[in-house]
Design a protein around this ligand. Structure first.
Ligand code: GLP
Length: 246
């Protein structure tokens, strides 16, 4: 089942999403959080840091498993998702760094890297809450439109549209890695609860397709229609095409 929470703007979306994650941490201090990168969750992480700083949130027993990582980027590369998570969240809260996991983009052997990560997620006990952003083509993690839903962690070739969209973070388009390791759709779907954050008019089309269109691997996020506990927190602009149906 999908519930929609319409918010005024990005700041409001970020507060409400952080409240949902915060409630998870308060109600189960040793929970497993599935975390996401991209620009959309940055405000959510800022609010979580605030929650920690004012004493409302204690992350000391939390474990985190991130969705994805560029293949080939080292941990000190400021475009790696490892770096992103440390910069935006882990270094600013009291989570135990030993309990934070991001797929290891430095492992060259793709099969070994993916196997190792699946084992990490399995050993963690699985995500109590999985945070997701969504790409313009409906990708979640880095699961790109495809002719099947891939279950486990896998190595993907990024589509040109994703490379173009992410180029804004790199010095040039040529610097954007062309491959990534990503949790599979099955690994995402096993989360007990899924929280999707979407913001901006440029996401309005894909929000409609993903949550009201056909369930198809060509729109990876559409699989979420089959999950029993999904909350989509989005601002008015992102919900523009579904406003009369929620
Ligand atoms: C990247 C990430 C996704 C993210 C997507 C959307 O490709 N791998 O996890 O959801 O970008 O990013 P943004 O939130 O910047 O639109």
């Amino acid at each position: 089942m999908i519930r929609f929470i319409k918010t005024k703007d990005y700041a409001d979306m970020s507060r409400k999403a952080a409240n949902i994650i915060g409630a998870q941490v308060v109600s189960k201090p040793n929970c497993v959080l599935g975390l996401a990168t991209g620009s959309t969750p940055i405000g959510t992480y800022e609010r979580l840091v605030e929650g920690y700083e004012n004493g409302d949130l204690d992350f000391s027993k939390v474990t985190s498993v991130n969705l994805d990582e560029y293949r080939g980027l080292t941990h000190d590369n400021d475009q790696s998702y490892y770096w992103f998570m440390n910069h935006h969240l882990f270094s600013k809260i009291n989570i135990d760094k030993n309990n934070t996991y991001v797929p290891d983009g430095t492992i060259e052997d793709a099969e070994a890297a993916c196997k190792q990560y699946d084992e990490i997620v399995r050993k963690s006990g699985g995500q109590d809450l999985q945070l997701l952003g969504m790409g313009h083509n409906g990708h979640i993690g880095f699961n790109e439109p495809c002719d099947k839903f891939v279950k486990d962690t896998n190595c993907v070739n990024l589509t040109q549209s994703t490379i173009d969209a992410n180029a804004r973070f790199f010095a040039s388009k040529e610097d954007v890695p062309t491959q990534a390791y990503t949790m599979g759709i099955g690994t995402i779907m096993q989360a007990k609860k899924v929280l999707v954050v979407v913001s901006g008019a440029d996401k309005a089309d894909i929000v409609e397709k993903a949550f009201f269109g056909d369930i198809t691997p060509q729109v990876p996020a559409s699989i979420l229609q089959l999950h029993e506990d999904v909350v989509v927190v989005g601002d008015e602009a992102a919900f523009a095409k579904i406003a009369d149906r929620i």
